[in-house]
Design a protein around this ligand. Structure first.
Ligand code: DC
Length: 219
């Protein structure tokens, strides 16, 4: 039974540092990683490419259910195409946030997310990892950071990847995406009641990682 395989969940809003912290914690323990946002982004990219109406819950859920994706190191493939950069575009992130509010889409991606739980362990990052997908995780962490700190991080990420960006637009998009992720009826972004809260606004990634590793080792 894979229910004995340890899971660490790291939830939080966009650009709170979840992805970086999850990868470094996984590396430390030799665990697998689930970037659940990536699955919503892949579904969004499929929908955008097919010009599927974003309010057609059935059609979008079907795309999620039949996602032909695979992962190779840090690269993500949709079919045979390397979409690692394409899924990070702001339009894809915003579309992912919209379709993630549809319960059938969340349901369609449930099994795929569970399948990442493999020995020797998993670090899962997202919005509902500790509340819905892995409610019995061994350690649950909820990362927060101010909108300003997160907009700064997102700005740097986009510029480093060669995209253009404006701080003002990013702050506005982040605030809108936060509101949508937190206020949706289905699996809204919120800390699990047994989650450890960590505000990373003034913290380096290394400090956040050390704190998460410390919590896990103290269990
Ligand atoms: O973490 P991210 O920015 O890559 O996620 C993109 C969108 O996907 C995010 O705005 C909300 C949605 N999402 C979700 O609803 N549940 C998850 N577990 C992960 C992401």
């Amino acid at each position: 039974m894979n229910s004995s395989i340890p899971v660490i969940t790291i939830d939080g809003p966009t650009a709170s540092g979840k992805g970086t912290v999850a990868h470094l914690v996984a590396q430390h323990f030799g665990f697998h990683v689930l970037d659940s946002g990536c699955l919503y982004r892949l579904t969004a990219l499929s929908a955008l490419r097919r010009a599927a109406p974003l309010n057609d819950e059935h059609a979008i859920a079907k795309l999620g259910e039949h996602l032909q994706c695979h992962f190779s190191g840090t690269h993500v493939f949709l079919g045979n195409e390397d979409v690692t950069a394409a899924i990070r575009a702001e339009e894809v992130g915003n579309t992912a946030s919209r379709i993630a509010a549809l319960p059938m889409v969340r349901h369609a991606l449930y099994g795929l997310q569970q399948s990442f739980r493999k020995a020797p362990g998993l670090v899962a990052d997202g919005r509902d990892m500790g509340t819905v997908i892995f409610p019995h995780a061994r350690l649950k962490v909820f990362l927060t950071a101010s909108v300003e700190a997160r907009a700064q991080r997102r700005y740097k990420q986009l510029i480093d990847k060669g995209f253009s960006a404006s701080m003002q637009d990013l702050s506005k998009d982040l605030a809108e995406r936060d509101a949508r992720d937190m206020n949706r009826a289905s699996a809204p972004l919120k800390p699990a009641t047994d989650a450890h809260l960590l505000d990373t606004s003034g913290m380096s990634a290394e400090e956040a990682v050390a704190q998460v590793i410390g919590w896990y080792l103290a269990l």
